[in-house]
Design a protein around this ligand. Structure first.
Ligand code: BGC
Length: 807
């Protein structure tokens, strides 16, 4: 949302090492842990500079583990263990950018570092969510930066893709990559330079408003989803934007809160998806509204210079979230490269700061170089790159909208992701798949289309009417169509001449019971919505949902509940009811939502979705709620299932859980060391194996030695049932007690399609990074002492094979 205005004061400009939260002023606590690099930023000198990555491996391996890659030639999705090397592509882009910067005036340099929207009475001008000015002297046309993380926002003839949380629930890298590629193609087709996604903040708080935009509660799953999404998007030619860096895990007071996070938690949980984004060659990162440990994220030397640009080796540019810039000198020196969407701090004030040497010349050059290099990195200097052909601010203006069709056949992919993301949580008495019911009642407003004004009735989805297929806020797009469950199910039911009734009034539980009585099957549709700017106030379904299920289950012993939700709900008032014969968790599936659920209900698609978060028995079982002003991340490493495991709390449905219409067996676990005679880093790896600290410095967290495959975990999965289906085997690591880790953490997954009776061998690779913990003293990834346990299972609590690993 772009309407909030941050109070701007001279105080912010000169001294933003203090954070103003409402009327309270906090002094920034000292950086809680040892830091890398110098902390010279406060004296006006940036504390980190560009260096190529990955380091310290300077010799590319010949085995193909580390192939030279460019954004348009990423490794194929099925290339486990490959660590793409983007360093040559970045170096070429940097050479081009530096040549331009050498000839630029200070005024032109400054122009590149900010958005050119003007703030007119709180609203913004410009054709994209954000725009930067052209610099004619160097032939730079400026940038179009456009939401959202699920499609091209505020335009026509584009696709609303299933939400991030849905594609994560597929646990299928191929679908995650394909969605990224398709979204990238649509952004390019509209002339967008920078697509403002993916969003990768973790589901730390189940009520957090924007959880659905991201990839769930686990840092490994989120990291893999971010990696595949970015490789896909950038392969189409658009610059991706990893957001929001960092600790933007709730909406309440998002512009005025500080997330207090310790260094180990920061690295192992919240930083991990950004590390994976950088390994995918992400061109840009958006710093978040909130402060981190008392200092705004967009002027935080520790986060931007020391971690992101130095330790993680990020080579693209950092843009501020919209109006998240609070100063000139501190923001520039502490790592912000592009102010968005306006130039209040980075216009004339930045020019003056450079002239007065408060911001070094080398730093403004670095800012411009990073922005131009990212543009070259994606080949957007090509004359064939499409010009902006839409106007997000006024999509119906004939002069500025060419109505270019970019959706192609992406509906096919949307339907597949929709079906593949549905999680079957309960299925008793042979309720599903449906055979040929004689009669069916479909109950709940979520089953139907919008009653009044179609799927785009509410700007940015800010309202509920009919099927919930996305959340609300800037992470949305306009629907070109939206198939409701009622439409898809009625058409399908006619094939069996099923009598079909519907009732969309959520408040009328009496009529719901009447409609459900004497039906072969009663389907109740629930929803829970949320979005940017506010967190959910609780974890009950919206619109009287619990009472609706109870009323129907009281009269029909084949009550099937379908839930379209932004995240976890507490469903214990009906989940174990003996008449609730099936529960399907369908998330936010986009325009094919009705077809997707119909495919699964009738068994045309055998469900394989897995929960990307935990569904608890009660809200108080979760480790964290919405915080106020100072948000203590005091649960540390124990978010979501890690907390349930370590505190011994039984959830209703655990992370990673999901049923199928068939069954699977697991056998033959073996764990072996991978050796590679061309590996140049054996000495470093031997030190790591002894538990010693690794090298520090630029790119140290993305270095090849750390991420190359080290152990191969293989096993066999067999379809032991009677229909074809996909199993999602998951690898959980149990660190030795000395590590101080949660009992069990996800470190691998795959998807295996099997015909009845068929078996396949699966190989999941573990890197040294996967096995390491972050050591705050040495500031490196180290191996804890002791024996690791490895479980292969069908969920975080359904272990099937157990092994150990001693290094
Ligand atoms: C959101 C970002 C979004 C930006 C531009 C901000 O309010 O936090 O995610 O990309 O607006 O719309």
């Amino acid at each position: 949302m772009r309407s909030a205005v941050v109070p701007v004061t001279l105080f912010h400009l000169l001294s933003s090492s203090l954070l103003v939260v409402g009327i309270t002023t906090f002094t920034v606590p000292a950086t809680p842990t040892p830091t890398v690099g110098s902390s010279a930023a406060l004296s006006g000198t940036p504390s980190a500079s560009f260096a190529p990555f990955p380091l310290p491996s300077t010799v590319p391996a010949s085995s193909g583990v580390n192939p030279a890659s460019g954004p348009s030639s990423p490794p194929p999705v099925e290339s486990p263990g490959v660590v793409p090397d983007f360093s040559a592509a970045w170096a070429t882009a940097y050479t081009k950018a530096k040549a331009k910067v050498a000839s630029m005036s200070l005024g032109d340099k400054v122009k590149v570092t900010s958005g050119s929207h003007t703030l007119l009475g709180g609203s913004l001008t410009g054709r994209c969510t954000g725009v930067t000015a052209p610099v004619n002297a160097i032939g730079f046309p400026g940038l179009c930066l456009q939401d959202s993380a699920l499609g091209v926002r505020d335009t026509d003839f584009a696709t609303v893709f299933p939400a991030g949380v849905n594609v994560a629930a597929t646990f299928k890298r191929s679908l995650i990559r394909a969605r990224g590629t398709a979204m990238g193609q649509e952004h390019v087709g509209k002339g967008v330079n920078v697509a403002l996604g993916p969003m990768m903040n973790l589901l730390r708080v189940p009520q957090a408003g924007r959880n659905w935009e991201g990839f769930g509660a686990d840092p490994y799953l989120t990291g893999e989803a971010a990696y595949e999404t970015i490789l896909g998007m950038q392969s189409a030619g658009v610059q991706a934007c990893a957001k929001h860096f960092i600790n933007n895990e709730q909406e309440t007071l998002r512009m005025f809160s500080t997330s207090d996070v310790d260094d180990r938690t920061e690295h192992e949980l919240y930083g991990l998806p950004f590390i994976r984004s950088i390994m995918a060659g992400v061109a840009s990162v958006m710093c978040s509204y909130n402060a981190v440990n008392g200092t705004y994220a967009c002027e935080n030397d520790r986060m931007l210079n020391q971690m992101l640009k130095s330790e993680f080796g990020f080579q693209g540019f950092v843009m501020s979230d919209w109006l998240a810039t609070h100063s000139t000198v501190q923001a520039a020196n502490n790592g912000l490269d592009l102010q968005m969407p306006d130039n209040f701090f980075f216009g004339g004030l930045l020019e003056a700061a450079v002239t007065l040497t408060l911001v070094p010349q080398s730093r403004i050059d670095d800012m411009v170089t990073r922005i131009l290099a990212s543009w070259y990195f994606l080949g957007q200097d090509s004359t064939s790159y499409p010009a902006v052909n839409f106007n997000a601010g006024d999509p119906w203006d004939p002069a500025t909208n060419q109505h270019v069709r970019v959706d192609g056949d992406h509906d096919v992919l949307v339907r597949e992701i929709g079906s593949s993301s549905i999680v079957l949580l309960k299925n008793i008495n042979g309720a599903l798949p449906l055979q040929a019911p004689i009669s069916m009642a479909v109950i709940g407003s979520d089953a139907g289309p919008a009653k009044n004004m179609g799927p785009n009735e509410f700007k940015d989805g800010q309202g509920e009417d009919g099927i919930l297929a996305m959340g609300y806020g800037s992470g949305t797009a306009n629907f070109t169509y939206l198939i409701s469950p009622y439409e898809a199910l009625q058409a399908r039911a006619r094939k069996n001449r099923t009598t079909f009734a519907w009732m969309f009034d959520d408040s009328d539980t009496k009529s719901a019971a009447v409609y459900a009585t004497l039906k072969d099957v009663a389907l109740v549709f629930l929803q829970s919505d949320s979005g940017e700017g506010s967190d959910r106030s609780g974890l009950d379904a919206d619109n009287n949902g619990n009472a609706l299920v109870q009323a129907v289950a009281a009269v029909n012993k084949n009550t099937i509940v379908v839930v379209h939700s932004v995240g976890p709900l507490v469903i214990d008032s009906w989940a174990t009811h003996p008449n609730v014969s099936a529960i399907l968790w369908a998330g936010l599936a986009g325009p094919e939502a009705g077809n997707a659920i119909t495919d699964v209900l009738y068994g045309d698609y055998n469900p394989s979705g897995r929960l990307p978060y935990t569904i608890a028995k009660q809200s108080s079982d979760y480790p964290a709620g919405v915080g106020v002003a100072i948000i203590p991340y005091s649960e540390n490493l124990n978010i979501d299932y890690r907390h349930f495991d370590s505190a011994g709390i039984t959830p209703r449905y655990e992370f990673g859980f999901g049923l199928s219409y068939t069954t699977f067996g697991y056998s033959g676990l073996s764990i072996s060391l991978i050796t590679d005679s061309s590996d140049p880093d054996v000495a470093i790896e031997a030190n790591w194996a002894r538990g010693l600290p690794g090298p520090t410095g630029s790119g140290s967290s993305t270095a090849l030695w750390l991420h190359r495959p080290a152990y191969d975990v293989t096993f066999t999965v067999t379809n032991t049932g009677s229909v074809a289906g996909t199993e999602i085997p998951q690898l959980y690591l149990h660190h030795p007690p000395s590590a101080g880790e949660p009992p069990s953490i996800l470190k691998g997954f795959s998807d295996v399609f099997l015909d009845p009776g068929q078996s396949k061998t699966v190989s999941l690779l573990l890197s040294r990074f996967d096995l390491s913990i972050w050591d705050v003293v040495s500031q490196t990834w180290v191996k804890p002492n002791g024996t690791f346990g490895i479980t292969i299972g069908a969920s975080s609590r359904d272990g099937r094979l157990n092994g150990t690993l001693t290094i």
